[in-house]
Design a protein around this ligand. Structure first.
Ligand SMILES: Nc1ncnc2c1ncn2[C@@H]1O[C@H](COP(=O)(O)OP(=O)(O)O)[C@@H](O)[C@H]1O
Ligand SMILES: [Mg+2]
Length: 144
C-alpha cells in the first residue's frame, strides 16, 4: 500500500493531519500498538519540521505486512549542520513558532529513537529527505 500527502509550509493548524491519517490506517490494518506509536511519534516530528522549517513538501508512506517505510521530503532550505540539528534541545524555531508550542528541539532526536533505520539527506540550500524504516519484527522481539 502506497500513500502520499502534501504538507504546506507554515500551516500549523493542519500540522499533524498526515500523522493522524496514517495512524488510522495502521490501526485498521491491525499493526501492533507499540509499532504504531513509534511510527506516529517519528512521522509527526518530521511532518511538523516540514511545516515549521521548510518551504513545504510531502510524505510518502509504503505499508507492507512486515515493514513500514516513510519518506518525508521538502524543497529546502535544508539543514547546514545535521549533527548539530540532531542535538537534543537545539532549535532554530522562531519565537512565534515556540509560542505555538513547537520548537523544543527534540524532533530529530525522537525520530532517531523511534525509527529502526534512519537516513537523512540534507545540506545548506538543499532539499531535506528523511527516510524512516520501521520493522514489525522489532515489536515481535520485544513482546513479553
Ligand atoms: N525539514 C527541515 N528543513 C530545514 N531545517 C530543518 C528541518 N527539520 C529540522 N530542521 C532544523 O533542525 C533543527 C532541529 O529540529 P528538531 O529536532 O525537530 O527541533 P525543532 O523542530 O523543535 O526546532 C530545527 O530547529 C531546524 O533548524
Ligand atoms: Mg521539530
Amino acid at each position: 500500500m502506497h500513500i502520499s500527502y502534501q504538507v504546506q509550509a507554515g500551516d500549523f493548524s493542519n500540522a499533524g493531519n498526515v500523522s493522524s491519517n496514517i495512524k488510522k490506517i495502521l490501526k485498521q490494518l491491525n499493526f501492533h500498538p507499540s509499532l504504531i506509536k513509534r511510527i506516529i511519534i517519528a512521522l509527526y516530528e518530521a511532518e511538523v519540521n516540514v511545516v515549521a522549517h521548510s518551504y513545504g513538501g510531502e510524505v510518502v508512506c509504503n505499508i507492507a505486512p512486515d515493514t513500514v517505510i516513510i519518506v518525508v521530503t521538502d524543497t529546502g532550505p535544508g539543514i547546514p549542520d545535521l549533527s548539530l540539528a540532531m542535538t537534543e534541545g537545539w532549535s532554530t524555531a522562531t519565537a512565534e513558532v515556540r509560542e505555538m508550542g513547537f520548537g523544543a528541539g527534540m524532533g530529530l532526536a525522537n525520530i532517531r529513537k523511534n525509527a529502526d533505520e534512519l537516513t537523512i539527506d540534507t545540506g545548506a540550500n538543499q532539499p531535506t529527505s528523511i527516510t524512516m524504516h520501521f520493522s514489525v519484527s522489532t515489536e515481535v522481539k520485544n513482546e513479553p
